[in-house]
Write a protein that binds this ligand. Structure first.
Ligand code: FAD
Ligand code: FES
Length: 425
């Protein structure tokens, strides 16, 4: 073997080693990038371990949750905003027993007895309110915004339940409350970084999630985009600022769409803009997140599809709308009936058979316009009040139900008949 051949072999070996090292480096970086889907990388998180706050007991949901309505007393009420339109209520159970745990993002359902503004007779009103704090064994907190009559309609009575809370629910008042429920809640199976987006009163489930993660020092990066018109509408600002100051993994963004002249960008708030995709793109790193969105109709209608168009997997987007179904959640194909096919819905207890077509709307609306007494609350598939047994036939849902539906039952407020249907109502 000549000296030249030996030199060539040595150079070849060195080149091969360098190439293997480069390939290995490349592979490791790819794995780290892909790993964003499974784990948050060390650089993206604080190094705090995942521990529970010792002061917060975590009771098992199954043993402590209750059936039907339980009586609570209002222990404390706190006005939260500069406009005096948002009030928190701290609720303790009358029986004094510990409260079940819940998942941050879930809500309580209330049955109130309120004087009907037209008949002046008391009537049962059912409404849902998100839990606005982390689970605690001794009290629940909800935060309620007063809903006025629609603009330009002083003849229409203002929101029944929210105004009742503000005007009549005082410290010491008793309320009937269903156990926490709802499918819009923090997903804990994948420890991805989290982006919380709350518009107006849609901040309530975000507060619960935020307090839960930071109090328990859960090792996840967290962004909060809080959209309001200006500082008068913000609630719990000092609390949020303190959390941001004391937790490196929490990134707080106040977004004011119409700030007061006295409010300074970068001091009182971070962005003079609505929360939108351009803002998210400019402020978030390019990686995988779980997005949680709750806000007014316009915000939901632009943000949810906007996130998908940006390339976010729809499985990483969780959202909740507070009003009656304004947005089709997780669209399902609605079976169209042919013009020749007429559908008859029979309400067996009421002994009424009525023909249904798409113009009528939901089964709840069909029942109501025909004078059939059915219970309803949220009209959005959340509270479960309109659950009714199906004696024969099938229904289609126009959005995913938030309430748990028993087998062979349906939620009238978000369903339509697939064909002839007999309901026990
Ligand atoms: C899962 C979930 C969680 C929620 N969490 C919260 C929360 O944390 N905080 C919160 O504040 N809210 C929350 N909500 C909303 C809440 O449940 C109520 O919908 C809200 O308080 C309004 O109820 P209301 O009884 O005051 O108004 P409603 O009586 O339902 O009236 C609503 C609006 O309709 C108008 N109106 C009344 N009658 C008519 C009519 N004939 N024609 C036209 N308009 C009319 C009223 O003036 C009012 O503007 C949540 C809702 C859901 C579904
Ligand atoms: S009215 Fe609440 S689920 Fe139908």
């Amino acid at each position: 073997m000549t000296t030249g051949t030996v030199a060539l072999i040595i150079i070849g070996a060195i080149v091969a080693q360098v190439a293997v090292a480069m390939l290995l480096g490349l592979y490791r970086r790819r794995s780290q990038y892909r790993g964003l889907g499974e784990h948050v990388s060390a650089e993206e998180t604080t190094s705090t371990p995942q521990t529970a706050m010792p002061s917060v007991v975590e009771p098992a949901v199954s043993t402590l949750a209750w059936e039907g309505f339980r009586e609570f007393t209002v222990q404390r009420r706190v006005m939260e905003d500069g406009n005096s339109t948002i009030c928190s209520f701290y609720l303790v159970p009358v029986d004094g027993k510990p409260l079940p745990n819940f998942k941050p993002g879930q809500f309580l359902t209330f049955k109130l007895s309120i004087d009907d503004p037209l008949t002046h007779q008391p009537k049962a009103v059912v409404r849902c309110y998100s839990l606005s704090d982390t689970p605690r064994p001794d009290y629940y907190r909800i935060t309620v915004k007063r809903v006025p009559a629609p603009d330009g309609h002083p003849d229409i009575p203002p929101g029944l339940s929210s105004n009742f809370f503000h005007d009549h629910v005082q410290e010491g008042s008793r309320l009937l409350v269903k156990a926490p429920s709802g499918h819009f809640h923090l997903m804990e199976d994948e420890p991805l970084p989290i982006v919380l987006i709350g518009g107006g009163i849609g901040i309530t489930p975000m507060l619960s999630t935020l307090n839960f993660i930071l109090e328990r020092e859960i090792n996840r990066e967290l962004w909060l985009y809080y959209g309001v018109r200006n500082g008068d509408e913000v609630i719990m600002k000092e609390h949020l600022q303190l959390l941001a100051k004391t937790h490196d993994n929490f990134h707080l963004h106040f977004c004011y769409s119409d700030p007061h002249e006295s409010e300074v960008e970068g001091v009182d708030y971070q962005h003079s803009d609505r929360v939108g995709i351009p803002l998210l793109r400019a402020t978030l790193k390019l990686m995988r997140y779980q997005f949680y969105v709750c806000g007014p109709k316009q915000m939901m209608e632009s943000l949810v599809p906007g996130l998908e168009n940006w390339g976010v997997d729809s499985g990483d987007i969780y959202y909740e709308s507070f009003g009656p179904a304004t947005l089709i959640k997780h669209e399902k194909p609605v079976k169209k009936t042919t013009s020749a096919q007429s559908i008859t819905v029979t309400f067996s207890k009421s002994r009424k058979s009525i023909s249904w077509d798409t113009a009528v709307g939901s089964l709840l609306e069909l029942a109501e316009v025909n004078g059939i007494e059915v219970e309803s609350g949220c009209r959005a598939g959340s509270c479960g009040c309109c659950q009714t047994a199906i004696k024969s036939g099938e229904v289609d849902y126009n959005q995913e139900a938030d309430a748990d539906v028993e087998p062979e039952h349906c939620l009238l407020c978000i369903s339509t008949p697939r064909g002839d249907l007999i309901l026990e109502a």
